[in-house]
Ligand binder design. Structure first.
Ligand SMILES: NC(=O)c1ccc[n+]([C@@H]2O[C@H](COP(=O)([O-])OP(=O)(O)OC[C@H]3O[C@@H](n4cnc5c(N)ncnc54)[C@H](O)[C@@H]3O)[C@@H](O)[C@H]2O)c1
Ligand SMILES: O=C(O)C(=O)C[C@@H](O)[C@H](O)[C@H](O)COP(=O)(O)O
Ligand SMILES: [Zn+2]
Length: 365
């Protein structure tokens, strides 16, 4: 079976993203990315029964252990990262051991974070099994865990050695999770590629139907955009912050709901629309573009409204802990319209509160 390769160019730490059907079974492709003799596969209680044996079979003569964590965003914690570290020490993993993250973004972020700090950093390979992880979280080396006070407040930049995207794994992904992944796909069009946004509008039905060609195009285009941005700005000193479109609001929504109500992609969908509405309110972007975004997100089955019962003040308070803030001032990702996001540092709290109040009042009435 053929596959596509996209590279993340980071000098000596460059790595491939392989995309195609059946890649978990094609270990001749990915086994050489595993240095050393010993592997720890980290997965969760949902994904392991589906795909762990396939990965183990591909390891052939390499010795391996596995750690299966409970499923869900509420388990993306320091305690569970500690369990991975304890397991690595327990199996006497040396510095040349490799962690394989087999699962969605929660497992990828958490296992990658453990790999970033065990013995000050060991290798890891991403094997993403959700659409969201395949288009976004497995690429770029942002690893970490949540604190009760906020999303991803603890973490490290630590690039994987390879990203193995087996598109066949999407066949078992629940519908809601699949649609949540589409939110991050829309993000790439919204932030920097108006043509891709238009393609998404034209192919929304094919994507919802999980048409293989449409899905592969969406995954490859998303990975290519992310790889290019990360290559130019690995540590988010500038342009990479654009990948956070919708996330200042989105992370606040996730924190306010205890990481248990909204999926990350759903929160990002609502957050992107809030960013678009704030941009319109400030006269920076046409209202028609915010409308187009809302229509596309709704066609893809994503929420666009803040859930009832969340106060604007609560969301604003959570936004104060956003990692893009500098000296206590909000830095937001807004847009000029479809395909043109920008970093904006001079929005006042009154202006943000106006957008939040409008959005929460619209839900109450
Ligand atoms: N590091 C980054 O750059 C980055 C980017 C985007 C999101 N994230 C993070 O990623 C996380 C969200 O990731 P997610 O949406 O993948 O959530 P997730 O990891 O919780 O996976 C979603 C659900 O799908 C299940 N699942 C995974 N693969 C499956 C499969 N093939 N078949 C059936 N079920 C499967 C999981 O067990 C889980 O229940 C958030 O914590 C978010 O902050 C990180
Ligand atoms: O890779 C990035 O950069 C992103 O911002 C991608 C986001 O989709 C992702 O949710 C990321 O985890 C957010 O990072 P954070 O720095 O805002 O915690
Ligand atoms: Zn995200």
């Amino acid at each position: 079976m053929s596959h596509r390769e996209i590279r993340v160019e980071l000098g000596a730490r460059s790595y491939p993203i392989w995309i195609g059907p059946g890649l978990l079974t094609q270990s001749a492709l990915w086994r050489s990315s595993i240095g050393g003799r010993h592997v720890l596969i980290v997965s969760n209680s949902t994904v392991a029964p589906l795909y762990l044996q396939t990965v183990i079979a591909g390891l052939q003569t390499l010795s391996w252990d596995s750690l299966i964590l409970p499923d869900g965003e509420t388990h993306k914690t320091l305690d569970n990262a500690g369990l991975v570290l304890a397991k690595l020490a327990g199996i006497k993993a040396s510095r040349d051991a490799t962690v394989i993250a087999l699962g969605g973004g929660v497992i990828g972020d958490l296992a990658g974070f453990a790999a970033s700090c065990y013995m000050r950093g060991i290798a890891f390979v991403q094997m993403p099994t959700t659409l969201l992880a395949q288009v976004d979280s497995s690429v770029g080396g942002k690893t970490g865990v949540n604190l009760p006070a906020g999303k991803n407040l603890v973490g490290a930049f630590h690039q994987p050695r390879a990203v193995v995207i087996d598109t066949d794994t999407l066949a078992t992904l629940p519908e809601r999770e699949y649609r949540a992944g589409l939110a991050e796909v829309v993000k790439y069009g919204a932030l920097g590629d108006a043509d891709f946004f238009a393609w998404l509008e034209q192919n929304a039905d094919a994507l919802i139907a999980r048409d293989a060609a449409a899905m592969t195009h969406a995954i490859a285009t998303s990975c290519a955009h992310k790889a290019a941005i990360v290559a130019r700005d690995e540590h988010e000193l500038g342009e990479r912050a654009l990948l956070n479109l919708g996330h200042t609001f989105g992370h606040a929504l996730e924190t306010a709901t205890g990481y248990a109500t909204l999926l990350h992609g759903e929160a990002v969908a609502i957050g992107m629309l809030l960013a678009a509405q704030l941009s319109t309110q400030l006269g920076r972007a046409p209202a028609a573009d915010a409308k187009r975004l809302a229509v596309l997100l709704q066609r893809l089955g994503l929420p666009i409204n803040i859930p009832p019962g969340i106060a604007a003040e609560t969301l604003f308070a959570h936004m104060q802990l956003d990692k893009k803030n500098i000296s206590g001032r909000l830095r937001l990702i807004l847009w000029r319209g479809i395909g043109h996001a920008e970093i904006v540092a001079d929005v006042t709290s009154t202006e943000v509160m106006q957008t939040l109040n409008n959005a929460t009042e619209a839900v109450h009435h």
